[in-house]
Design a protein around this ligand. Structure first.
Ligand code: IPE
Ligand code: IPE
Ligand code: MG
Length: 248
């Protein structure tokens, strides 16, 4: 999982972990007088470009929001179409992803999935387990509040003392570095219940591009913006060489 970073001023120029709210498929389709489902289909191509882009940029972990615990409130047709699309994409793309060195993991509540989807998810995770170029986490029927409650239940069941660290260890993605950068497309400036715990110190980046429009150039722009940010984690700015000279 370790990524080599340059050790100059831009030591953390490349985020180790990028989280993405892939939003705007419906509007993209509607603008083209297409059904919303067409937007979701083109959204898959954007996700494939993103995976290639992350590999090219040496990002280690990518977590994408594919279906939220609130998305069940959409019209039944759209929900059915999305679940069918997940099945098709898993059938079609898992081998190719593994060939690119992608290890797959699914996060979210699996109770609602039918046997076919569940089996594809489980075999994709097993079949890609040896890959290590990019860890791709797909949030499917995921909600940040669900994640926190689920972790709290697991912690309570374990009998361990209730500490922040112990709770964190039961959250989804606990074994991975927290996201460095969150990208949300589609022009909305909200989290929509994605990774509430894990995003505590993540740099947020919003773009008006609709998800099917997101490409390598857009990824490069987001990473370039990230490289300009100064992360302080509650501390103070790191002293620069110039500050040192002034003191001396
Ligand atoms: C995101 O695009 C995809 C999912 C939520 C599954 P939307 O479907 O939310 O697209 P907009 O926001 O309606 O344009
Ligand atoms: C967030 O997008 C969920 C996914 C991208 C899967 P939504 O389109 O569901 O978010 P809201 O409803 O605009 O907050
Ligand atoms: Mg949306």
């Amino acid at each position: 999982m370790a990524t080599k970073h340059k050790t100059n001023k831009s030591a953390a120029a490349v985020p180790r972990h990028i989280a993405v709210v892939m939003d705007g498929n419906g509007r993209w389709a509607t603008r083209r007088l297409l059904p919303r489902g067409a937007g979701h289909k083109f959204g898959v191509d954007a996700l494939k470009r993103l995976v290639r882009g992350c590999i090219a940029q040496h990002v280690s972990v990518l977590t994408v929001f594919a279906f939220s615990s609130e998305n069940w409130s959409r019209p039944a047709d759209e929900v059915r179409g999305l679940l069918e699309l997940f099945v098709q994409v898993l059938q079609r793309e898992t081998a190719e992803l593994a060939a690119q060195g992608v290890r797959l993991r699914f996060v979210g509540c699996r109770d609602a999935f039918d046997a076919r989807l569940l089996e594809l998810i489980e075999s994709a995770e097993v079949d890609s387990a040896a890959q290590s170029r990019l860890q791709l986490n797909v949030a499917l029927n995921y909600g940040g509040r669900w994640d926190i409650v689920h972790a709290a239940q697991a912690l309570a069941a374990s009998g361990e003392p209730f500490t922040e660290q112990a709770l964190a260890s039961h959250m989804c993605l606990a074994d991975l570095p927290a996201p460095d950068l969150l990208i949300r497309t589609g022009g909305e400036h909200r989290l929509s219940n994605f990774l509430l715990w894990q995003l505590a110190y993540t740099e947020l980046y919003f773009t008006d591009l609709l998800w099917p429009e997101f490409d390598e150039k857009a990824l490069a722009a987001a990473i370039a913006e990230y490289a300009r940010r100064e992360r302080r984690f509650g501390g103070v700015p790191a002293p620069s060489a110039a500050d040192g000279l002034r003191v001396a």
